[in-house]
Write a protein that binds this ligand. Structure first.
Ligand SMILES: *Cc1c(COP(=O)(O)O)cnc(C)c1O
Length: 409
């Protein structure tokens, strides 16, 4: 197989034309600022889409998460239960506010926070008041179970829906389950503004606070009057133009992502692998990234240090490192699963709670089948496949052949 002439991406921006028209409008009317019609419009679009009553357009999903942590009232030293297998941006904002993330292990059904481990965590730390959940790769987490546990313990939920815009759980959009929630318009998300994010909430007062904090916390006075710490977190009206142009294409992006996922699933049906799973009865993901995981018995030996990976080839077996290397050699972009937070050097000393109990994070030392935690296992055996919606079926067929070739003799 020849390498692709044009790189096949994991997930790249897909523009449609309207984006440019709305950016042009911002330019022509000289609203080249963090005020303007595009911003008002995207806030309405996001609130309408998700069913969250209020939306505040911000410079990034991370900024939205940061303001969510502030709204949740996280103080120095407060423990916060966080999803473990995720992008660092989920967790860093907890630390910005002085909170201490405690990582909750993952379940195999959706690759999200394990309600059993969360229940265990509340046995150990009944005082915790905030839970940060993620819908990994656009797959809704076990929302009902997690909400029940949160209610029982009087904790609030912050939803990091950065990857899951448009995904539903029991018919309800992600981004509207938690008390304060975040979505992202980063360049590789399901729709993009090139950058940008939004805070979603049902609480009008909270939305007003976030809007004020995001524009340097100016008080109502003839001069610059400040009673609170402020941030420069507001979305630009030019960026909002891009987001505004993308919104009408969200469902079309999701439909194409789903097609890609289903084509992989069909293409791999004779391989010892599974696709990233979801609760087919209760949820509809947005299929942002198609991922696969190799069955334990089909894994060749693979080791990873903090910066390198190696594996020993075995007939009929493979590993994420081999597949990712082969994809790269063919000019296609895959990616490892998010490395669990409890395995990250910066968070290794933090508490990590599995369904079995509590411990500290771990180092990279990991041998197939030896781990007692689910996150490390998914990281070890899983990977993200090229999921770009501009990838053609022919290109995807080649990607499928490349993956198949890894399991040959
Ligand atoms: C992308 C992402 C973020 C951060 O969003 P930005 O807009 O890039 O700041 C947060 N959490 C998750 C899970 C993400 O994938």
């Amino acid at each position: 197989m020849q390498p692709f002439e044009q790189k096949v991406w994991l997930a790249s921006p897909t523009m449609h034309g309207e984006e440019l028209a709305y950016m042009q409008q911002a330019y022509d009317t000289n609203w080249m600022s963090t005020v303007g019609a595009n911003i008002n419009e995207v806030e309405k679009l996001a609130a309408d889409k998700t069913g969250a009553k209020h939306a505040v357009a911000l410079s990034s999903g991370t900024a939205a998460l940061h303001l969510a942590m502030k709204l949740a009232g996280i103080q120095k030293g407060d423990k916060v239960f966080c999803t473990d297998v995720t992008f660092g941006a989920t967790v860093n904002p907890v630390v910005y506010e002085g909170g201490t993330p405690i990582f909750i292990d993952t379940e195999y059904d959706t690759w999200n926070m394990d309600p059993k481990a969360l229940e265990k965590a509340f046995e150990l730390h009944p005082e915790v008041k905030v839970i940060v959940v993620v819908h990994l790769y656009g797959t809704p987490c076990k929302m009902d179970e997690i909400q029940k546990i949160a209610n029982k313990h009087g904790a609030i939920i912050i939803e990091d829906a950065a990857e899951s815009l448009g995904a539903t759980y029991k018919g309800q959009q992600t981004g509207a389950f938690g008390t304060y929630n975040a979505i992202s318009f980063n360049g590789n998300k399901i729709i993009t503004g090139s950058s940008g994010g939004m805070l979603l909430t049902g609480d009008e007062e909270a939305a007003n606070k976030a809007r004020k904090w995001s524009t340097q916390s100016r008080e109502n006075a003839p001069w610059y009057q400040h009673e609170e710490i402020g941030y420069n977190y507001r979305m630009s009206n030019v960026i909002a133009g891009v987001v505004r142009g993308q919104f009408p294409h969200l469902e079309e992006h999701i439909a194409r992502k789903k097609e890609i996922y289903m084509r992989y699933k069909e293409g791999f049906k004779d391989l010892p692998v599974i696709m990233n799973p979801y609760d087919e009865a209760n949820s509809e993901p947005n299929f942002w990234l198609s991922c696969m995981m190799i069955q334990p018995e089909a894994m060749c030996k693979q080791v990873r240090s903090d910066s390198e990976a190696a594996y020993i080839k075995e007939a009929g077996k493979s590993c994420p490192t081999e597949i990712l290397e082969k994809l790269a050699a063919h000019n296609a972009e895959g990616r490892p699963i998010w490395k669990p937070m409890h395995m990250q050097p910066i968070f290794r000393m933090h508490e990590f709670i599995t369904a079995k109990g509590s411990g500290r994070g771990q180092t990279n030392a990991y041998i197939s089948g030896s781990s007692t935690d689910v996150g490390a296992d998914i990281f070890h055996r899983g990977l993200c496949l090229p999921s770009d919606i501009k990838m053609t079926n022919e290109q995807q067929d080649v990607v499928i052949e490349i993956v198949k070739s890894c399991f040959e003799g």
